[in-house]
Every structure is written in structure tokens, then in C-alpha cells.
Design a protein around this ligand. Structure first.
Ligand code: SF4
Ligand code: SF4
Length: 354
């Protein structure tokens, strides 16, 4: 029987629930005594400091930290006990920006974004803006969690939503170990429901992509070969189709940091990340073309900085004061967690970057 914690770090009142504590860990120890170089110094070696934001391409909006799952490695520290949910008023402010942005991609995330009571209204309104690629990050199990969510595949189809879903492995054992008992079976059923209406089918314009992240203190292997393995296994075992697999590195923050410390893997993992540092990945890390909006409307360089409460380095701090020109060219706020984005082929919400 898998024994996963059933409460977020916040609910458990863990010291690591505090971003300040996480940032202290990431700045002290091996990075303070010089055993490993700080990220800032590493990127300076190739004249890439300060890291600068380029033209905005992806607007990522986190509509709340509530989730039906409590996955072991969640960087959001999401769970059923989190109450932070974007209000309709903040959604309206986001819609003003969505209508006017030059970004080609809108990316809704959470938690389980579908649990926000205004999620469907927001999707309906946002889809009218005609953004080229409208992503919803769905954890799949939400579709099977309650009958009020059973029609989500049809709803996604109606609004031409691009579904991106976590699937840590093609086997039940590895998936349930990371995400909880029963997650694998429900995810398979949800994928079959999505396939049944055209999502993920070869040549279908209804995009269905999966996200893999490692189940322990190691880096993902090659994205292309993993995609082949996932496709073969899911097709042979369950007749499931999907389009692409994104391999994502776990960043050492929040519940994954908690896991690394509890399993005494923190230093080893940071060594792995620094050893695998790839200067070519720096130019394309996602903060260079992405902006992350939190449930309460504040702006961050990425979802990870949002969780570490490191706001954008700009006069513009909130979606209500949004100004794309002022935000472009800002210095990106970095710390040692950024090594997770530059290891090997690099890592972003869209998979590898180098
Ligand atoms: S489904 Fe996603 S948001 Fe929810 S706990 Fe798991 S990793 Fe976090
Ligand atoms: S963690 Fe965020 S700020 Fe750091 S490199 Fe990755 S995307 Fe950029």
C-alpha cells in the first residue's frame, strides 16, 4: 500500500511551507561555502547574467492551489486543503490582458484548475479572445473525481482547449507511488474518455500532451526516447493515443524539496543539477518568454518563482496594472532552484528547451 501524505505542507504547518525557509536552504550550505557555484555566478561565466525577459509569448495563469490530489513532488504544495482560489474579479482583470496581449499561448494551471468554481466561465470568456494555443493543465483524475466533472472532455472540445496532463509513468506502481492510490486507473479512464472524442488521436487537431517528471532524486532521461516508450506501452496495454510527451525536471522547491531533505538526497540532487548544467539551455528558459499570474493577480517570472514568492522585478506588479512593454526586458529573479531549468536538455512547462 502506498503511503502518501494526505495534507499539504501548509496544512501540516511544516517549516518548509514558508518560501523564506526554502530560499534559505537554497542559498546556504553547499552554495554558501563555495562547494557549488551560485546560479548567478554560473550564468555569468557565459555572460548571461542578468537573465532578461524577451517578448512575451506565454501567459500562464494559476487559478488556485486547490487540488483533488496531494502528489509527493508537487511544487505548488497543492491539495484539497488549500483555499487560495482566483476570484471572478481577478479573472476579469486577466481577461482584459488576454484580449490585448501579443502572447500566442494562454496556459491555465493550478492546483486542479477545474476546481475553481468560475473555471468554466473563465474558459468560455478566454476562448473568445482567439488565442492561438489555449492550454489547460488537467491532472486527469479530476475528470473521474465527481460526476460534475464527467463532461469536462466535451467542454474542453467545445472550446478547442489543448489538454496537457501529468502522467509520471505508464505503470500503475510508479504512478500511484508518486501521485496516490487509484490515480493510475482513473488517469487511464480519463485518457480513454479524451481519446473517444478525438483528443490525442493521430492527425486530430484536439491536442493531448502528457507530462513526465521523475519519481525520485534523478533527472529525466531523453524526452524523445521516453515519448516512444510511453506511446508503445500505453497503446499496447490500454489502446491509448496522445500527441507529445514533455519531460520535466523536478525543481528543488516545496514538496520536492521536502522529499529531498527527508530522503537525505538534497545535496546529491543539487550536485546532479549543477553537473548537468547546460549553458545552451539558459537562453531559452521559460521565464524569458513567459509570465506567471498568481491566484491573487500578482506577476512572477514563472510558476516556481510564484511558489517561492519572488515577484517580478518591475514597476508592474499586478495584473490590474499590466503593461507588456514595461515588463519586457526586465531582469529575471533567479536563485539556485533555476539549475532545474538548465540541466541537460533544459526543462520548462513545454518540456526540454535545448
Ligand atoms: S495534481 Fe498537480 S497540482 Fe495537484 S497535487 Fe498533483 S502535482 Fe500538485
Ligand atoms: S526557475 Fe523560473 S526564473 Fe528560474 S530559470 Fe526556471 S523559469 Fe527562469
Amino acid at each position: 500500500m502506498t503511503k502518501l501524505k494526505t495534507q499539504s505542507l501548509h496544512k501540516r504547518e511544516s517549516a518548509l511551507a514558508q518560501s523564506k525557509r526554502q530560499l534559505e536552504i537554497l542559498s546556504n550550505g553547499i552554495f554558501q561555502n563555495g562547494e557549488l557555484p551560485k546560479f548567478k555566478d554560473k550564468i555569468a561565466e557565459t555572460n548571461q547574467f542578468p537573465l532578461k525577459a524577451k517578448k512575451l509569448e506565454i501567459l500562464q495563469i494559476n487559478v488556485g492551489y486547490m487540488c483533488n490530489q496531494v502528489c509527493e513532488h508537487c511544487h505548488v504544495d497543492a491539495g484539497p486543503d488549500r483555499q487560495e482560489i482566483m476570484t471572478k474579479e481577478t479573472m476579469k482583470q486577466c481577461l482584459e490582458v488576454i484580449k490585448n496581449t501579443g502572447a500566442h499561448t494562454l496556459d491555465l494551471t493550478g492546483g486542479a484548475p477545474e476546481m475553481n468554481p468560475n473555471f468554466r466561465w473563465f474558459v468560455e470568456e478566454a476562448s473568445k479572445a482567439g488565442v492561438q494555443d489555449f492550454i489547460v493543465r488537467s491532472n486527469l483524475t479530476i475528470i473521474k473525481a465527481n460526476k460534475k466533472y464527467y463532461d469536462l472532455p466535451e467542454f474542453f472540445k467545445k472550446h478547442n482547449v489543448h489538454v496537457v496532463s501529468s502522467m509520471p509513468h505508464w505503470t500503475k506502481g510508479k504512478t500511484d507511488k508518486q501521485r496516490g492510490d487509484g490515480v493510475f486507473d482513473k488517469s487511464i479512464q480519463a485518457l480513454q474518455d479524451l481519446n473517444a472524442i478525438g483528443y490525442g488521436m493521430p492527425d486530430s487537431s484536439l491536442r493531448l500532451d502528457l507530462v513526465y517528471n521523475p519519481s525520485g532524486a534523478f533527472l529525466p532521461s531523453d524526452q524523445v526516447s521516453m515519448e516512444k516508450d510511453f506511446k508503445k506501452a500505453l497503446m499496447e496495454d490500454f489502446g491509448i493515443h496522445f500527441h507529445n510527451l514533455f519531460a520535466i525536471t523536478n525543481l528543488p522547491i516545496s514538496r520536492f524539496l521536502d522529499y529531498l531533505i527527508a530522503s537525505e538526497n538534497y545535496e546529491d540532487y543539487m550536485y546532479q543539477l549543477v553537473d548537468a548544467y547546460n549553458p545552451a539551455a539558459v537562453a531559452n528558459v521559460m521565464c524569458t518568454n513567459t509570465l506567471s499570474v498568481s491566484w491573487d493577480g500578482y506577476l512572477y517570472d514563472c510558476d516556481f518563482n510564484q511558489m517561492l514568492e519572488l515577484p517580478v522585478n518591475s514597476k508592474v506588479k499586478h495584473i490590474s496594472d499590466y503593461n507588456e512593454e514595461l515588463l519586457e526586458g526586465r531582469n529575471i529573479v533567479i536563485s539556485q532552484h533555476c539549475y532545474g531549468c538548465t540541466a541537460g536538455a533544459g526543462s520548462s512547462c513545454q518540456g526540454t528547451v535545448a
